[in-house]
Design a protein. Structure first.
Length: 400
């Protein structure tokens, strides 16, 4: 019997708990496998951001394709993603999923993370612009790499046909990085085993108790986001009753919840949006596929909760500028990484790297990723549909 990746990671998670509990600290011999996985994750971050973001910006910024509808769609997706990450952070602060567990962070947090002085807002913004983009790539400065990629993508669009070979190169490069990422994700179960088993062996089963709070925080934040943001948007911009909206898109939301795949749910989403929500095909056929690639509100909520959980778990204090960085990275990374296998885990690695937090925390989250993925995918799909309704409403194209 061949198990899919999610099942393999869950089995590795359970096995790590059992082995760590039985063998205690003697299970440390598995740690090199976890270290290898972390190195592989770090290895793909810089080229993955560069290639996918360049292609994402260059393709979605094509004036012939986008026009006014495209601008509204992308603006809506980015705005709701920003709100989603803020809601995720807020709910996580209230529930505090990582508190109540005393864990020594010796050897897990880089010394500079504990001693680094908080920067001013102006300095942080200036530091987003790299003096040397190749230095940014070699050092893995996520914000600077994103800035570099955004400018390349926009410049490709502005130059036009002469820049086509550059776009083709990055498109091929992105496909190569997707493949490499897929290969790296195949060893994720071994990585989770190597990361988690020594932690459980050293600290006991008490390290797993906060995971119930993590699930609770993600689900509460996702429900709040849908009820507040999507309901308000369809009512304000399209004059649609929130009850009508949620009832109309509920079949697609249920399919998304069971499959945990926005792309796999796309045919159902288009059907529900056209037939139940009165959005014409010329709008839904553009807005919804783009949303399946770019819109990651549920994943943004997950990022916010995960960052707070890991910070509290390792007793780290996050400054305001670090939280702002989390918001920025999540918004910008959502453009390029949605189509990557294991997108949530890769995005979380990017976010943790950008604020200098220990990547070991990914192993704790990975074991419950399927439960979280179902809810965040469902929210992503409902968000896609809300965008289609809002765009159709503002274009006076919606049919009651």
């Amino acid at each position: 019997m061949k198990f899919n990746l999610v099942t393999q990671i869950f089995i590795a998670f359970v096995l790590a708990v059992i082995l760590g509990s039985v063998f205690g600290s003697s299970i440390d011999f598995l740690k090199p496998f976890g270290d290898l996985f972390l190195r592989l994750i770090k290895f793909i971050i810089a080229p993955l951001i560069l290639s996918t973001l360049v292609v994402g910006v260059a393709s979605t910024s094509d004036p012939k394709q986008l026009g006014r509808i495209g601008f509204k769609t992308v603006s809506y997706y980015l705005a709701t993603t920003a709100i989603a990450i803020v809601i995720g952070l807020t709910v996580a602060f209230i529930i505090s999923p990582g508190k109540g567990v005393s864990v020594s962070t010796d050897g897990l947090v880089a010394p500079e993370a504990a001693t680094q002085e908080p920067q001013s807002a102006i300095t942080t913004l200036l530091n987003i612009v790299p003096e040397n983009p190749f230095t940014a790539l070699s050092s893995g400065n996520v914000l600077q790499i994103i800035f570099f990629a955004l400018f390349i993508g926009l410049a490709i669009t502005l130059v036009g046909e002469k820049a086509r070979p550059v776009y083709t190169f990055f498109e091929g490069f992105a496909e190569v990085m997707y493949k490499i990422t897929g290969i790296v994700m195949k060893v994720a179960p071994i990585g989770v085993l190597g990361l988690l088993a020594p932690v459980v062996g050293q600290y006991g089963l008490s390290v797993l108790l906060p995971l119930v709070k993590v699930i609770l925080a993600v689900y509460i934040a996702c429900i709040l986001h849908a009820l507040i943001v999507y309901a308000s948007a369809v009512k304000t911009f399209a004059g649609m009753s929130p009850k009508t909206f949620f009832k109309g898109i509920s079949p697609a939301a249920l399919v998304a919840y069971s499959t945990a795949s926005s792309s796999g749910t796309l045919p159902v989403t288009i059907k529900n949006t056209n037939e139940n929500l009165g959005v014409p095909n010329k709008i839904s056929s553009f807005v919804l596929p783009l949303g399946a690639t770019v819109n990651m509100d549920g994943t943004a909520i997950y990022q916010g909760v995960a960052v707070i959980f890991i910070a509290q778990f390792y007793s780290l204090e996050l400054s305001f500028m670090q939280l702002l960085t989390v918001v920025l990275i999540t918004i910008l990374a959502s453009i390029g990484t949605a189509g990557v296998p294991g997108a949530g885990m890769v995005m979380l690695a990017m976010v943790l790297t950008s604020v200098n937090m220990p990547l070991e925390g990914i192993a704790l989250i990975a074991g419950i990723d399927r439960v979280l993925d179902m809810m965040r995918t469902s929210v992503n799909v409902v968000g896609d549909a809300s965008a289609a309704v809002v765009v159709a409403g503002t274009e006076k194209e919606r049919v009651d």
